[in-house]
Design a protein. Sequence first.
Lengths: 487, 308
Amino acid sequence: MAKKQTKKALTWDYSPAPESTGHIDLKKKYDLYIDGKWVKPSSGKYFDTINPANKKKLAEIAYANEKDVDKAVKAARKAYKNVWSKMAPSERAKYIYRIARLMQERAREFAVIETLDAGKVIRESRDVDIPLACNHFFYYAGWADKLEYAFPNRKVESLGVAGQITPWNFPLLMAVWKIAPALATGNTVVLKPAETTPLTALKLAEVIHDSGLPPGVVNIVTGYGDTGAAIVNHPDVDKIAFTGSTGVGKIIQKAIAGTNKKATLELGGKSANIILDDAPLDQAVEGIVNGIFFNQGHVCCAGSRLFIQESVADVVIEKLKHRLNSLIIGDPMDKNTDIGAINSKEQLATINKYIKIGLDEGATMYQPDCKIPKEGYFCPPTLFMDVAQSSTIVQEEIFGPVLTIQTFRTVDEVIQKANNSPYGLAAGIWTDKGSRIFNLTTKLNAGVIWANTYNKFDPTSPFGGYKESGFGREGGLHGLSAYVKLK
Amino acid sequence: MSNKKGRSHLILPDFSQSPCVDKVGVEERVSRFQKRSIKNEAKMQGLKMALNMIDLTTLEGKDTPGKVRQMCYKAQHLHDIHPDLPTVAAVCVYPSMVGVAAKAVAGSGVKVASVSTAFPSGQAPLEVKLMDTKFAVAEGADEIDMVISRGKFLSGEYNFVFDEIAAIKEACGKARLKVILETGELVTLDNVRRASDIAMFAGADFIKTSTGKISPAATMQVTYTMLEAIRDFKLKTGIQIGMKPAGGISNSKLALHNLVMVKETLGEDWLTNEWFRFGASSLANDVLMQIMKAETGVYQSADYFSKD
């Protein structure tokens, strides 16, 4: 061979591949969707929603107060009494199917708007958020006229008006998780999306309007925490469904104590992702990445506490660091971006606060050497080693791309560590042995447990937590029972 | 090249304990590579890189010196109408054609690779395989593409497979050794991983998926599993090993996805034809067609590109 030496390494960077925004239809100003009409907020106040990737304003959003909420609840009650509860279940199903199909037809528009408003990468909103949301509608539409089979030998009755409050991490998906089962079981809805990400819920209102759903069956009111509080405290609401922080969940539970309101709360988490020594390590590394960096770690069930068996800890951490270096952080609209923008200035501040606490408490931090956009709110994927069960960053939910890594020696030890948390939402187990999976799944105190995968969602599968992660289940057959009275 | 140091100093692992591979997880990872959007300059650079990594191949019973000479000419003149195209990396032929090929590509930088060891089945005694290899090297082969004994591998005789590779490596002398696992016959990704480990510890300079005679050949799942094995070997020993997916990569899109996979799994150090090859016969023309399309804005008829 003539030339022996390696030629100098070249660089091969992917050219920008931005998704186009030419096809979306965004209004400058959004009002409240009440009783099948767009109405101005009684206070006349509006607030801005911005794109967290570049801080640019996207639209003005109506700020609903108690009066507006009252109007929405009254509309929902009227629609419940006069139309929706009387309609044949098979007719209800037709509307839900129609909404699902309309949403599917406009999937691309929904995906782009979700990415603009929430900062999540287009690959995820296109491949996960929007298709899953459509599937939830399709799935629950199917149940609408089969409730007697869902609850054999019981008489099924709807509850009435459901007040629903959704978070900013999966804005459309969470709205649909709540609306779909409520409609299928014959309830009417007043929904408040999060103040930083209201756009896709408002687009959903457009789709609902186009579907011809009777006025008042679904009402969407936008605003801040006080708008949500007005829904929770409204005397004519029969059920509260909330997804969000544990702090707010506790306030809601106090507020509805002593009332007849039913509730499901899907709150925070600090889920354990457990790598056993016989695991398929390269796939486990993917699972770790997907567990904590999916949606910038803004996932209530994020696998934010990693536990690696000591005999493979070094090699897993080495592989994980290597993998972090191939992640692309940047413009969420670029089809090649893996990690997008942090949802808001406030959330970025919270994450940075925890990173500082981690460093102050003596943990070892690793961040890949990656370029981060100057505009907008971004946080590189972050690992913390040398942490203990007693470290603040191990105990508290960060809700960002920050992973704590601990090691363990035996299965009993990791079960104890994983369960030693006020939360109990999810867990991941990585092993080649089926028997170890069954042993761990029976002993881990978590609502959802994944084996050899992580962050997989399906409309047929119930989702929800134990302890301070909340109660009630969304999705699947279980998701129906949150919206019915059984006699 | 680090490979010249030899591997006698390495402590051999227990190959029955090679890391396990989860097929579902591999498929998920591969689908992420396939979702990368390669556009504009990145696409052009990738296409030219792909051309320069091709082992232009003819492995047929009916091969003749005339056919081989024509292919060798094409290897150096892919599409002369376009001024700055690279040559392919190598031509790949049977041992009996090595002499013809070596003469035809002499001085061009294009390497001559020869299959050997009773390719494609490998069903011959070691003496025959050694003679086969030595003959090809003596005729002027720069690279030897051997096949492993899949029957022995599947019956658990890993030491036999290991020793055979080591013996062929010795017979190669200065020629670089590519070890073909024939993954279509190994079936599981666990087996692919184990065979990769055996080949690398035994002395392979490259590991290669397939002969091209068995389907499925170079699926992305298989190539990914082998790339992970190469990365682990580098981490463990410091020795860099090359990768050659062969068979079934017939279009540009698939080639670009493979390059994305190499970049993100191993890094850019592997993005040269010294460390990555495509074993293919029809890929070159599709890549050429894409390059011409990118420059002229229109697809040209296949008749504008030479077939052989």
